[in-house]
Ligand binder design. Sequence first.
Ligand code: SF4
Ligand code: FES
Length: 250
Amino acid sequence: MDLTLKIWRQKNAEDKGGIVDYKVTEISDHMSFLEMMDVLNEQLINTGEEPVAFDHDCREGICGSCSLHINGEPHGPDSGTTTCQLHMRRFNDGDEIYIEPFRAKAFPVIKDLIVDRTSFDRIQHAGAYISVNTSGNTQDANSIPIPKADADMAFDAATCIGCGACVASCKNASAMLFVSAKISQFALLPQGKVEAAERAKNMVTQMDLEGFGNCTNTGACEVECPKGISLENIARMNREYLSASLTTAE
Ligand code: SF4
Ligand code: FES
């Protein structure tokens, strides 16, 4: 298929940036979206132009780096799918496809389609850890009884890949789905109880410092999340935060 790509080009954080049109031809239905981008970049390199900068690593839906806004949706039109798992058969010959970076104050553009998501790392550093020593001292899996329902919910929360689609889809650029997933994966397990109060307070404080907006229960984050992280995690985070605020000193 032949396509017109309308891609956001921006030299650096200071550059104003803008949409540039490119044509790509003979794109196979079987290609992934990122392979189609590779074809474009080969074309640009062959004609002496600067290739389009975009983030990617695993190309298996695991690392969370392929953060593209495609036709107005984070990771494109398919639900439960990262950009690297999106296939060109989802598009039609002659389509125009808009490709832009994730937009949020806390995700400044570095170049073209690459945004700086280290704000997520700083939120994780503020509390997404446990002090229970597990290294070199592996215990039998059944020595700490954990209800199956709790283990399942903790596992589901832990599947968050930190891609930022929740932020990009939110009208408030809220990071609450991401932060709540990271808090929930510990809050539901006994090993996570030791730092529970500090974790909730410190991660929420860091989230606010980074400039993310507040949640207004719109739910776009849950719809666009490639890993199906549930809004229930936000309710759990709010309970954790309230309980921490009531039980710990400032
Ligand atoms: S909650 Fe979902 S959309 Fe947000 S960072 Fe995690 S995986 Fe990505
Ligand atoms: S490149 Fe790793 S999730 Fe897409």
